[in-house]
Design a protein around this ligand. Structure first.
Ligand code: BV8
Ligand code: ZN
Length: 237
């Protein structure tokens, strides 16, 4: 069985990482769409970095949950496995994946920085600048921002190609914990459905693309995915 997965913030909710559009999707009365943009960074880079430093702290305090581990097991049971994640927290990597599984971070990573002037990208596992601290600068002189893809920024071509390959070549496509409102990420579920995969949507709620799904699996994914892994996956070691 060839497995494809598209996941979003709901996958990490049980780890204590806030989702974007849920009731706790606010930070200091700012909505993510207001801060996750190049315009917000140009206007107030310190505020944007404060938000990302806060998110780094939340993720550092978090651990992969049963849903992440279930996805790792399901990848182990599949002959081919690809995970398309919109999450930037790195928790799926921390849960571990079998060598044959592909993971693509469509929207980048909290644990990198990127210069929007010269394109320099670096790993950065630090806490991010504290209040009043100097903001990280690039050798080219520009300020560097978090290594994520903001609204209005193009996604990396390589990531899009890998995601399309995963969606095109799978028999089972799991959509996990995403509101399916952000494009082009959400489009990969439709691609998988058109390519003939059985699409299962693991979410607390129905999503806008509901008529595309072959099956909505209601409930917290940290409860429902382990059930699927128990049916399809190898015995937990
Ligand atoms: C681009 C990184 C072009 C930053 C993020 C086409 C149509 C419509 C709009 C557009 C379009 N093309 C472009 C757009 C505009 C825009 C867009 O999609 N806007 C939306 C809001 C309408 N897209 C873009 O700007 C993209 N860029 O297309 O560029 C271009 C081309 C060439 C040159 C220049 C430009 C870039 C999009 C990427 C934005 N960056 N994040 C950061 O993280 O800070 S998006 C952000 O939203 C996160 O990545 C997040 O992952 C993503 C999606 O949110 P979800 O993961 O789904 O999270 P959410 O809170 O919404 O939902 C959680 C779900 O989980 C809920 O359904 C809930 O019920 C469920 N849940 C909760 N708990 C559980 C659970 N389910 C199960 N179990 C639980 N326990
Ligand atoms: Zn630079």
């Amino acid at each position: 069985m060839r497995l494809g997965v598209l996941c979003g913030a709901g996958l990490s909710a049980a780890s204590g990482v806030p989702t974007f559009r849920g009731p706790q999707g606010l930070w200091k009365e700012h909505r993510p769409e207001e801060l996750a943009t190049p315009q917000a960074f140009a206007r107030d880079p310190a505020l944007v970095w404060e938000w990302y430093a806060w998110r780094r702290r939340k993720v550092r305090q978090a651990a992969p949950n049963a849903a992440h581990h279930a996805l790792s097991r399901l990848c182990g049971a599949a002959s081919e496995a690809g995970i398309i994640t919109q999450n930037v927290d790195g928790l799926q990597q921390r849960a571990g994946l079998p060598d044959h599984a592909t993971l693509v971070e469509l929207h980048g990573s909290l644990w990198r920085t990127r210069c929007r002037e010269c394109g320099d990208v670096r790993e950065d596992r630090g806490p991010g600048p504290g209040p009043g601290e100097a903001l990280p600068a690039c050798a080219c002189g520009a300020l560097v921002g978090p290594g994520v893809v903001w609204f209005g920024e193009a996604l990396a071509r390589s990531g899009l190609d890998t995601a399309a390959r995963i969606a095109h070549h799978c028999d089972l496509f799991l959509v996990v914990g995403t509101s399916a409102v952000v494009q082009p990420a959400a489009s990969f579920a439709a691609l998988a459905a058109r390519a003939g995969a059985l699409v299962l949507d693991f979410n607390l709620e129905q999503t806008p693309l509901g008529d595309l799904w072959h099956r909505h699996v209601p409930g917290p994914c940290e409860d429902t995915l382990p059930l699927l892994a128990g049916l399809l996956g190898p015995p937990a070691d």
